[in-house]
Design a protein around this ligand. Structure first.
Ligand SMILES: C[S@@+](CC[C@H](N)C(=O)[O-])C[C@H]1O[C@@H](n2cnc3c(N)ncnc32)[C@H](O)[C@@H]1O
Ligand SMILES: *[C@@H]1O[C@H](CO)[C@@H](O)[C@H](O)[C@H]1NC(C)=O
Ligand SMILES: *[C@@H]1O[C@H](CO)[C@@H](O)[C@H](O)[C@H]1NC(C)=O
Length: 219
């Protein structure tokens, strides 16, 4: 039951002979990889202990961000420093990228396997402790008021609820980066990338003053 996605993928590598530069095999390989990641995501929805307590409408499966997505996030955070929170940190790739850019970053992740994996990755890559921290916690039950810089790659259905939470908790000088799925009704400061890699930046002070001007828009 505790097979990791890596173990699953390794097994699958053994089953299919390596095809070198054979293109159809590469495509098949990529498709099966995606399929396994998807199945793993579904599996984690049902099996991960803390996850069962999260209401159905707020459950978000694991899907790692692409290299371009991570680069886009860092582009939108350029010039900023300090504390950063990644909501649902997965295997820790965003947290580790941010910590090497100088942020003291914290990843909140509900899946204990992913937390352990991210911690050991930080250890192997020699990230100083304190620069990157992984907390096994449900971010819906976490007060985020000490973070000025927040990143989230979640799911379309949760963005509105997340927006309400962040408006209640974040300081005025906070910047929020949303990956792939924008906040409905929030005016974006800027965005980079396109398609699945599109990433949006919001400054909480502008969001608040916009919503004061349009009070009948719920967000
Ligand atoms: C789409 S993945 C993004 C992973 C990572 N941020 C990245 O960009 O590669 C979302 C992650 O959020 C985690 N997650 C979902 N709901 C959560 C919650 N309530 N508290 C903490 N983590 C959660 C999932 O386990 C999953 O790893
Ligand atoms: C996040 O960015 C702001 C604005 O650049 C920066 O002043 C701050 O240091 C960062 N966060 C924290 C908690 O310091
Ligand atoms: C979060 O913590 C801050 C600082 O301790 C506090 O002022 C605020 O009321 C808290 N927010 C929520 C929603 O609990």
């Amino acid at each position: 039951m505790e097979d990791s996605i890596e173990v699953i993928l390794q097994d699958y590598d053994r089953v299919l002979p390596k095809a070198g530069s054979n293109r159809p095999h590469h495509v098949l390989s990529a498709c099966l990889g995606t399929l396994f990641t998807g199945l793993y995501g579904l599996w984690s929805l049902f099996v991960v202990p803390g996850f069962r307590k999260v209401p159905w409408s707020l459950k978000v499966p694991y899907l790692p961000s692409s290299k371009d997505q991570t680069l886009n996030i860092m582009k939108l955070l350029e010039g900023r420093t300090g504390r950063l929170a990644d909501l649902g940190s997965g295997d820790g790739r965003v947290v580790l990228a941010a910590s090497s850019a100088g942020f003291q970053s914290t990843g909140f992740e509900i899946n204990s396997f992913l937390v352990a994996y991210a911690r050991s990755k930080a250890h192997w890559t020699g990230v100083p402790s304190g620069q990157a921290t992984f907390v096994q916690k449900d971010f819906w039950n976490t007060n985020l008021s000490t973070y000025n810089n927040v990143t989230a790659f979640l799911a379309p259905g949760v963005m509105e609820v997340l927006g309400e939470k962040l408006l209640k908790e974040l300081p005025d000088d906070a910047r929020v980066i949303a990956c792939r799925f924008p906040f409905p009704n929030w005016p974006q400061q800027s965005s980079v990338g396109s398609g699945l890699d599109q990433t949006f930046a919001y400054d909480i002070s502008s969001v608040r003053s916009h919503l004061r001007k349009v009070p009948n828009t719920v967000s």
